[in-house]
Design a protein around this ligand. Structure first.
Ligand code: ATP
Ligand code: MG
Length: 578
């Protein structure tokens, strides 16, 4: 396991010299001390393979694998694959690679709920024999109707009185595939008047005569989550079954099955608050809609909070882990601002991303006193935050590109960049002075005529004169063509999930969530940049090479911006009322 992950153990305080940092670690510390489960700590991350993982899952992964590592235990990866209608082996692959990418390792402990289908069935038979389960011929609609409401007790099914022998016979026929989908279900016989709706004779098995991606045609009935989950936990010797708050009401049922079956290992279910991130959604169902309705390009669209989307955007596993570490584990749901995640991304990339120069909206500059056909190589430091990153050389020549927004014909106050008659510094190169502005017939500026001062190569003038602005640039003849994709949040509202029913998904989307810039000019060192490589574009922020890159055009995603001080000044200067 890597460094960043190990470092989390330094403040976990499993060692006992300090307070555990959250209520779950407090419980685990207590259990280890008291010798519960022989002092063992075994956790699991139990995704259903019906979609890609998102940043919320990352919180759960960091918690489960983190707790196990801190207490010298182990964490299982278990696929909760009990619903063949919704699941796909493709997701099994992607989930595994996402967990690995995040920096965690389940070693030999990869499991599937479907591994336990026979054991689970045997448990169900046992419940029937104990008189604690029955086969019901009510339809699923009737069962829903007869369950009652929070205020009103449910109605008992006439089949509740069926004899054990008859129940066993029917269950066997269900298993053999002799009975139609929906004709019968197996239910637990608990209490149709329980104040906890989950306890009103919940379903245990449904008939689904469909093949399963792992067990093929072996089964015609599939177990329900509440039955399969607690027993899978128990079979694997899980000690602490950590899940999100929406399962709080399921806990009573979790314990009921384990008590009724008198199993050897009875894990403790503990609920924690899920991660909600501002300006996005965190539900697979909504992702499916966004993808199917083509609001995004796919599951790995950089605007989605899926791990594959965030990876494509350029987020690093180190930064995501640091973020999960920081938000901690609590018992109350809240909304975490996206900017906190971005803070950790910047922190990490600042240390690791090489600095390069890319001009997003190019404006041609001809340096009239620079010899034609001359090219010189200038030294450029790769990362001032990392000496080991070394330096590279970049070509300088008579024609360069600068950023269009770095020139103003009529500069406002506090605009310290280029303007007619004004001098600025070119990063890693010379002072440059604007002598003339060339416009086309429509009056648009198409080129600047400038001069440079050969005596300013070190970045300062020999006569001591100062310049206020430093611009990035690229040599026109050497530049690499780039496409740059600028992203904004997918939703305008901080908490779109809350407004979804009222206003509709499409009305909540930010129409400006993606801006594509073509014809950008990057320095020649980026010609061979590979998908996944990350860079800091000077003055623009952090960018990651996209897999759409071709031999001719390098495609970049903006991972996160730098804080742009001029944009802030300009905003302030704008009159507040019109
Ligand atoms: P859906 O998006 O369809 O509701 P899910 O996100 O709950 O599904 P699972 O595969 O069931 O998907 O989740 C696996 C584990 O991840 C569960 O233990 C679940 O509690 C946890 N988890 C899911 N979403 C979050 C979240 N936002 N924050 C923290 N943990 C989460
Ligand atoms: Mg779920």
């Amino acid at each position: 396991m890597n460094e960043a992950h190990d470092s989390s153990s330094t403040h976990a305080d499993a060692s006992g010299d300090g307070e555990p940092r959250d209520f779950i670690r407090e419980i685990v510390t207590r259990d280890v001390k008291s010798g519960k489960h022989g002092g063992a700590v075994v956790t699991r991350f139990p995704p259903e393979p019906n979609g890609y993982l998102h940043i919320g899952h990352a919180k759960s992964i960091c918690l489960n694998f983190g707790v196990a590592a801190e207490f010298g235990g182990r964490c299982h990866l278990r696929f909760d694959d009990t619903n063949p209608l919704k699941e796909d082996p493709h997701f099994v692959e992607s989930i595994q690679s996402d967990v690995r990418w995040l920096g965690f390792d389940w070693n030999d402990h990869l499991y599937h709920a479907s591994d336990y289908f026979q054991q689970l069935y045997d448990f169900a038979v046992q419940l029937v024999k104990l008189g604690l389960a029955y086969v019901d011929s009510s339809s699923e609609d009737e069962i829903r109707r007869d369950r009652g409401t929070v205020k009103q007790a449910g109605v008992e099914s006439p089949d509740r009185k069926r004899s054990v022998r008859e129940n066993l016979e029917l269950l066997d026929r269900m298993r053999r595939g002799e009975l139609e989908d929906g004709s019968y279900v197996l239910r637990a016989k608990i209490d149709t008047a329980s104040p906890n709706m989950k306890m009103r004779d919940p379903l245990i098995y449904r008939i689904r005569r469909v093949p399963h991606h792992r067990t093929g045609d072996a089964w015609h009935i599939y177990p329900m989550y509440d039955f399969a989950h607690c027993l899978s936990d128990s079979i694997e010797g899980i000690t602490h079954s950590l899940c999100t708050l929406e399962f709080e009401n399921n806990r009573e049922l979790y314990d009921w099955f384990l008590d009724a079956l008198d199993v050897e290992c009875h894990p403790q279910q503990i609920e924690f608050a899920r991660l909600n991130l501002s300006h996005t959604v965190m539900s697979k169902r909504t992702f499916v809609r966004l993808v199917e309705e083509k609001h995004v390009r796919g599951w790995d669209d950089p605007r989605l909070p899926t791990l594959s989307g965030m990876r494509r955007l350029g987020y690093t596993p180190e930064a995501i882990r640091a973020f999960c570490d920081r938000i901690g584990i609590a018992k109350r749901d809240n909304l975490v601002d996206r900017s906190l995640l971005e803070y950790y991304i910047r922190e990490d990339l600042n240390k690791t991303a090489p600095r390069v120069m890319t001009v997003l909206r190019p404006l041609r500059v001809v340096i009239t006193n620079y010899p034609e056909n001359q090219v010189e190589q200038l030294d450029a430091v790769n990362n001032p935050e990392d000496e080991a990153a070394g330096a590279r050389s970049i070509p300088f020549s008579r024609e360069i590109f600068i950023e269009r927004e770095d020139f103003r014909e009529d500069p406002p106050k506090k605009f310290f960049r280029l303007a007619p008659g004004r001098e600025v510094r070119l990063k890693h190169a010379y002072f440059l002075k604007c002598e003339d502005v060339v416009k086309d017939a429509s009056g648009e500026i198409v080129e600047l005529r400038c001069t440079y001062d050969p005596a300013t190569k070190s970045g300062s003038a020999t006569d001591g004169r100062k310049v206020k602005g430093t611009l990035h640039w690229v040599s026109a003849a050497h530049a690499v063509e780039a496409e740059v994709r600028l992203y904004d949040t997918l939703f305008n509202e901080p908490n779109p999930a809350e407004l979804m029913d009222e206003r509709g998904l499409e009305n909540l989307l930010n129409p400006a969530s993606l801006e594509v810039l073509r014809g950008c000019r990057a320095e020649p060192s980026l010609a061979h940049a590979r998908p996944g490589q990350r860079f800091q574009f000077l003055r623009h922020g952090y960018f990651c090479v996209d897999p759409d890159t071709t031999d001719d055009v390098v495609v970049f995603n903006r991972t996160v911006g730098l804080r742009d001080s001029w944009a802030k000044i300009e905003k302030k200067l704008q009159p507040s009322s019109t």
